[in-house]
Design a protein around this ligand. Sequence first.
Ligand SMILES: [Fe+2]
Length: 172
Amino acid sequence: MNPDASGPAVHYYMIRGGSQKRNVTILEPGTVGNEYIKTYGHYHVGELDETYWFLAGEGIVLQQKLVDMSQPDVVADFKATKVKAGDSVYMPPGYGHLMVNTGQQWLVMVDDSPVEGTGDSASMPGHADYEMVKKMRGFAYYVVEKNGTPVLVPNKFYREIKKADFGGITAV
Ligand SMILES: [Fe+2]
């Protein structure tokens, strides 16, 4: 949300094992400015789905589907979902996704996406497209701390959001 805001040097850690061994992601708690620490967010190349299982902590999952991949600023469907340890979230094909740590502990999760497309487990997997998110400076909403509670703040670079489900989280 604010590239000049200060925050921890490391936001999250990943161990990539792929569909069989799974991938593990651990998010630090805290904020960058007022924005909670999150994963970068990506769309999948092709018709790939995946599932995230949450093992520890609490957070919010953001998902969004564009009307057309050539128009990164028009969102057909935006969804925010509160999650805690024990929950799982399905990411359907076409839905970009990112995870936000809104708790005091590490947010720990496992997913089943493939690592194919790279020669090693430390590089970005071939199925994930981060460029569209980078271009739009994030998803359609940012998760920001307000009086100790997470709220959704619109990203002004988006032109239109046709349908939104905030999952009971206040949008300001
Ligand atoms: Fe993914």
